[in-house]
Design a protein around this ligand. Structure first.
Ligand code: NAD
Ligand code: DAU
Length: 342
């Protein structure tokens, strides 16, 4: 079958493409990506010449372009990873988040309605549930936890989820949605916590921890997320939402200290800076449904995954140094220049 993967030049999308091409050699993957600052064509180099792979530079908001591609490729499945994905950028400027994450999703689904499709899968996030208090470790996000967003990013993702469900109910579009916790692993853009701290530590630069660093995230190795999506596509029930997470909650400060330890860098590099506005305290997924219905379980333990990830950044310096030496410098000055040390 032909699968259109949008956002495949980004972090999770590229890992998903590698996984699918390896696991399902009979399938054809068409990657659609507009190559924003977060998209990197060099990531896809290893598969670029494979006969069952095609890259198309296209904005998912470009209705005519998307319709043309559907006419050409006649895909059976769409997996929508394409999004503006960084919370801090959404706080700085929400507009593009609404455009790509909401309007882009609707364009893709309109194409699915027009040309027919076996499955549309929306890659969503646990952030649509808002956050949990630190003093209630008994609470988790379930699929029926109310949507209660905090940032423009999470609000745009929640809006897209609602739209996806509306297209299912109104037009009978065969959709599924997955809501995953924080991913880490190879090819993550160094604006996100783990790669940013690795890159800064290697350059002996300050490690900017927001506030006290007590916020908790539930970390999952990216390949485990890809495996879960693959299972949902092939065995999941249409119209259903699946939470994905590994019961691996960690405080930000502990992650940063661990990176210092593995890289043999002093903790004195850690600098507590002005907190993120509206900063969510704790995310924690209950993955019982995907485990019971599809047999999914995370396979990579955090202590192994973080070592593999740090090693990947050590072995692939050109990949991320090309990024941090470019436009990223302006981003960094803008985002971190005004954060006061606490
Ligand atoms: P990313 O920022 O690394 O990649 C996003 C990709 O989408 C980039 O390649 C970018 O060029 C592309 N893109 C952006 N706007 C586009 C547009 N208008 N048209 C076509 N392509 C466009 O993001 P990521 O971390 O890989 O996240 C992928 C998806 O997974 C997102 O939908 C995100 O909300 C979701 N998600 C991410 C995490 C995480 O921890 N990173 C966790 C749960 C869910
Ligand atoms: O939970 C899933 C979400 O995880 C995804 O939907 C988002 O696309 C993804 O970006 C991620 O969101 P977070 O905001 O949790 O990830 P980020 O890496 O930006 O930050 C993780 C935590 O680390 C968060 O509490 C903020 C903190 N942080 C982050 C940065 C970049 C710092 O303390 N310092 C930093 O410099």
């Amino acid at each position: 079958m032909t699968i259109i993967v949008t956002g495949g030049a980004g972090f999770i999308g590229s890992n998903f493409i590698f996984y699918e091409l390896e696991k399902h050699k009979e399938d054809r993957i068409v990657c659609v990506d507009s190559l924003t600052y977060a998209g990197n064509l060099s990531t896809l180099e290893p598969v670029m010449n494979q006969l069952n792979f095609r890259f198309v530079k296209l904005d998912i908001c470009d209705r005519e372009g998307v319709y043309r591609l559907f006419e050409e490729e006649k895909p059976q499945v769409i997996v929508n990873f394409a999004a503006e994905s960084h919370v801090d950028r959404s706080i700085d400027n929400p507009e593009i988040f609404l455009q790509t994450n909401i309007v882009g999703t609707s364009v893709l689904m309109d194409a699915c309605r027009k040309y027919g499709i076996d499955r549309y899968h929306q890659v969503s996030t646990d952030e649509v549930y808002g956050d949990l208090p630190l003093d209630r470790p008994d609470l988790f996000f379930h699929e029926d936890t109310p949507i209660h967003t905090s940032s423009p990013y999470s609000t745009s993702k929640a809006s897209a989820d609602l739209l996806v469900m509306a297209y299912h109910r109104t037009y009978g579009l065969p959709v599924t949605i997955s809501r995953c916790s924080n991913n880490y692993g190879p090819y993550q853009f160094p604006e996100k916590l783990i790669p940013l701290m690795i890159a800064n530590a290697l350059a002996d630069k300050p490690l900017p921890v927001y506030g006290e660093g007590l916020n908790v995230r539930d970390w999952l190795y990216v390949e485990d997320h890809c495996k879960a999506i693959d299972l949902i596509l092939r065995k999941g029930t249409v119209g259903e939402v699946y939470n994905i997470g590994g019961h691996n909650e960690m405080k930000n400060i502990d992650i940063v200290k661990l990176i210092c330890r593995y890289l043999d860098k002093p903790e004195s590099l850690i600098t507590h800076v002005t907190d993120r506005k509206g900063h969510d305290m704790r995310y924690a997924i209950d993955p019982t449904k995907i485990h019971n219905e599809l047999g999914w379980l995370p396979e990579t333990k955090f202590q192994d995954g973080i070592k593999m990830t740090i090693q990947w950044y050590l072995d692939n310096k050109t990949w991320w140094e090309n990024i941090v030496n470019g436009e990223y410098q302006n981003y960094y000055r803008k985002m971190y220049g005004n954060r006061k040390e606490m």
